[in-house]
Design a protein around this ligand. Structure first.
Ligand SMILES: *Cc1c(COP(=O)(O)O)cnc(C)c1O
Length: 429
């Protein structure tokens, strides 16, 4: 749809259908399997922030590797159509494009929390004077646990060594100014700034470039958790320059429950063999990896942080998903996402109901695709009401519905239908 119509949304089904007809990415919807109701109709799926839908090709790609295993056994490492020893390489470019990195800066390995630990082993190097970690106050629990455990493992106390960037009294969103003030006060004590992007609860997207520059100005290392950003925000990791980033691939990257995660290490660290790290044989240079009995010699770049040979059966669905991202082009995806989420916001505002409030920033540059809708006096029964109406979205205690129109497979009509149901449910409150 044109720029002009995006600013002239209409609260009608006809408008939604026309926007879908004009959407150049609309055909990608057919590349995914939607869950269905008992009558076999597709449910409206707005939960890509939690688990993305299955690309139809995923099954074929997994089946292909099961066949390779059956027919080639150990030879599959070298003789499979995509040899297992280098299986991850076919995805490196498309993965790097999505996060705005150079191919050598990105690797698919392990899972998110594991990668976060590995990155902190390398980039959280506390000294007597500089030993603190700064995170956002409502960080995702796993990140918060991981950070606290690293602090303790290094012999410090999180009560002292963990600093929180928090919203002001009565507000939901974090202000960059407050981060600047925190850094001005504590910058010299901070070893690592580790921020999620976007925030899982409010959907607020933090400015990677500004935060990175701020952290570096005070001599801190800076890392990002892109779990809720990857696949729906432009991270531009290389240019924005954080030291590392980690993400999972099962949310907006549609790669299956518990699928392996991604990791970015900035190019400036690529050849630094002195960075302490936890190591395994898969991080060792390929040409001498199988010589055994040689000293560890890391692959330059992010691949040097690999520990194990990767689970091919988990890599196969990622391949299916990343092919779709590459075909659609990430800039197109982000452009559609802004329009689609903008439409959702428009329709929610049209409800004109003072029991609902949007926690997510209004500015499209300060959010990804997710909107977090707070509903006064609602409880989980609202979520159950959506489920009964054939809409899958997600409920966060105490009173927030998270709605994430995923640009690759959601439609303007999905968003329209969702807000119609919301209106009906509000009438019953
Ligand atoms: C989803 C998510 C996780 C989950 O971590 P796993 O190790 O993949 O289970 C961690 N952090 C954030 C911010 C998330 O959104």
């Amino acid at each position: 749809m044109s720029e002009q119509s995006s600013t002239h949304y209409k609260n009608t089904l006809a408008f939604a259908k026309q926007a879908d007809a004009d959407d150049t990415l609309a055909r990608f919807r057919d590349e995914f399997n939607f869950p269905k109701d008992e009558a076999g109709n597709n449910l409206i799926y707005l939960c890509g922030n939690s688990l993305g839908l299955q690309p139809k090709k995923a099954k074929e790609y997994v089946a292909q590797e099961l066949s390779n295993w059956a027919e080639l056994a150990v030879e599959g490492h070298f003789k499979a159509k995509i040899p297992w020893t280098t299986y991850h390489e076919v995805m490196t470019k498309s993965m790097a494009d999505i996060v705005g990195a150079k191919p050598g800066e990105v690797v698919l390995m392990n899972t998110l929390s594991t990668n976060l630990h590995l990155m902190m082993v390398s980039f959280y190097r506390p000294t007597a004077k500089r030993y603190k970690i700064l995170i956002e106050s409502d960080a995702f629990p796993s990140d918060s646990y991981a950070v606290k455990s690293q602090i303790k493992e290094k012999g410090y106390n999180p009560d002292d060594a963990l600093l929180l960037w928090q919203p002001r009294e009565g507000e939901h969103l974090n202000r960059f100014k407050d981060l600047e003030a925190l850094m001005a006060e504590h910058g010299e004590e901070i070893a690592l700034v580790m921020i999620g992007n976007s925030n899982y609860y409010t959907g607020q997207k933090y400015p990677i470039k500004e935060i990175t520059q701020l952290g570096h100005r005070y001599g801190c290392k800076v890392g990002f958790d892109l779990a809720h950003g990857v696949g729906n925000i432009d991270a531009d990791l290389h240019d924005n320059g954080p030291d590392f980033a980690v993400w999972c691939t099962y949310k907006y990257l549609n790669s299956g429950p518990g699928a392996i995660g991604g990791c970015f290490v900035h190019e400036r660290h690529a050849d630094d063999k002195d960075i302490p790290r936890f190591t395994g044989w898969w991080g060792h240079k390929m040409d001498s990896r199988f010589n055994m009995r040689v000293d560890f010699d890391p692959i330059p770049g992010a691949e040097g942080w690999q520990l194990s040979n990767p689970p091919i059966l988990s890599m196969a669905p990622i391949r299916a998903s990343l092919e779709l991202f590459a075909e659609a082009g990430f800039q197109n995806i982000r452009a559609k996402s802004k329009k689609l989420t903008g439409y959702l916001e428009f329709l929610i505002n049209e409800l004109d109901d003072d029991r609902i409030a949007l926690l997510t920033p209004k500015n499209a540059e300060e959010r990804g695709c997710q909107l977090s809708i707070q509903v006064k006096n609602a409880d989980r029964s609202m979520h159950d009401g959506f489920m009964q109406a054939g809409i899958i979205c997600d409920w966060r205690e105490p009173d927030v519905i998270r709605v994430a129109p995923a640009p690759l497979y959601n439609s303007f009509e999905d968003v329209y239908e969702m807000t119609q149901r919301l209106k009906e449910l509000l009438a019953t409150l």
